[in-house]
Design a protein around this ligand. Structure first.
Ligand code: CP3
Length: 339
């Protein structure tokens, strides 16, 4: 049986567009909140059986076309010897700010990198219907470096940007290490059962286009090339970086995914050979099912259905009403009965 998401990713015609939701296994689900009463996020993500169970939660409730493994962009970093916690975002115990900290990073064997994520992928794959795609993911090297250098998510990441200006060679060395690690990590996720992988570049937009092209792009390009050479389909997600979208479009990825700020139709017309993913504003779902339905209809009408994977423009918000998610699904599924 064919997977709708993989057909759309290859720009093959499909009876309707596939849909999955970023952060679909999260706090908007009552069953997830129930789980979180007895387990910390770290405990859930760190235990393959529990992580697989959480990964499947949204699929049990909604007919989504993909599952995304329940982990975090920080999950592979303990293998480098990095210690962190969540409050609620990642907080790094000893932020990386000098050469000694980069030299001290461990060089792990591949099987030491997030074994719980590989096991969770295998368990999830075994439990999923054949028609549902399984996605792996990682953070883009720059987005990971943002947490490692700044220490935690803060507005505009000033320490990170200062580091990029003061220590370009150290930043380069750190990005190179992260690129090596993420390349192997994504390929191993595909071997463990992921049909495609998404690279989250949530903090891509912090630098100017010129600095991004000089300091960041070569690493991201190398990561994408390595994963592509292994035959693993790539979804590249760019968040809050409208000034970089043209440069992103030139990077090698089967799917370009963006947040809600960008006009996806324009992106599709600029890259007719690519699939695209997105991009309903997650806040629209807070406005209820009617607002969700009309935003979804408007998005669907603005794009060529071929090669469009429907998603939100960023993670679903914890206060999202379940009825809005249902309205989103109904609107996307209505396409197959219309045609
Ligand atoms: O989509 C999914 O269901 C898969 C799981 C997933 C998580 N994090 C679980 C998580 C994915 C794909 C991520 C990616 C991630 N993590 C990103 C990139 C995407 C984005 O949002 O831009 C980033 C920047 C992180 C770092 C991170 N982890 C933040 C900022 C936070 C706190 C934000 C929040 O939602 O509270 C986390 C913690 C985290 N990662 C949670 C989940 C479900 C919340 C933990 C909880 O309280 O239950």
């Amino acid at each position: 049986m064919t997977k709708l998401l993989l057909q759309a990713l290859r720009r093959e015609p499909t009876p309707r567009r596939p849909l999955w939701i970023m952060r679909q296994a999260g706090r908007y689900l009552p069953e997830y909140r129930e789980f979180r009463k007895s387990h910390s996020f770290k405990a859930l993500a760190g235990d393959a059986e529990l992580a697989a169970e959480v990964t499947l939660m949204p699929l049990a409730r909604f007919p989504l076309d993909a599952a995304i493994v329940f982990a975090d962009i920080m999950s592979p970093l303990p293998a480098l010897g990095i210690e962190f916690d969540f409050d609620p975002g990642p907080v790094v115990e000893a932020p990386i700010r000098d050469a000694a900290a980069i030299e001290a990073l461990r060089r792990p064997d591949p099987e030491e990198v997030a074994p719980e994520v590989m096991r969770a992928l295998q368990l999830t794959r075994a439990a999923l219907p054949e028609t549902t795609a399984l996605l792996g993911f990682c953070g883009a090297p720059w987005t990971l470096a943002a947490y490692l250098i700044e220490g935690r998510g803060v507005k505009e990441f000033p320490t990170l940007r200062a580091f990029a200006a003061a220590e370009p060679a150290l930043l380069d060395a750190l990005l190179a290490r992260l690129t090596d690690l993420m390349g192997e990590y994504l390929i191993r996720q595909a071997e463990a059962g992921a049909d495609a992988v998404q690279i989250f570049d949530s903090w891509a937009g912090l630098l100017s286009e010129a600095d991004w092209k000089r300091q960041i792009r070569p690493h991201l390009k190398r990561l994408l090339d390595k994963v592509g050479a292994a035959g693993v389909p790539r979804i590249l997600f760019l968040q809050n970086a409208p000034h970089l979208v043209a440069a992103y479009g030139e990077l090698p990825a089967e799917v370009l995914a963006t947040d809600w700020r960008l006009d996806l139709g324009q992106l599709q017309r600029a890259h007719p050979e690519r699939a695209i993913q997105g991009n309903i504003d997650p806040a629209v779902l807070l406005a209820g099912p009617d607002a969700t339905r009309s935003a979804t209809e408007k998005l669907l009408a603005s794009l060529d259905a071929r090669g469009h994977i429907v998603n939100l423009g960023h993670g679903i918000l914890p206060t999202t009403p379940i009825a809005s998610v249902e309205a989103l699904l109904e609107t996307v599924h209505a396409e197959s009965s219309n045609t």
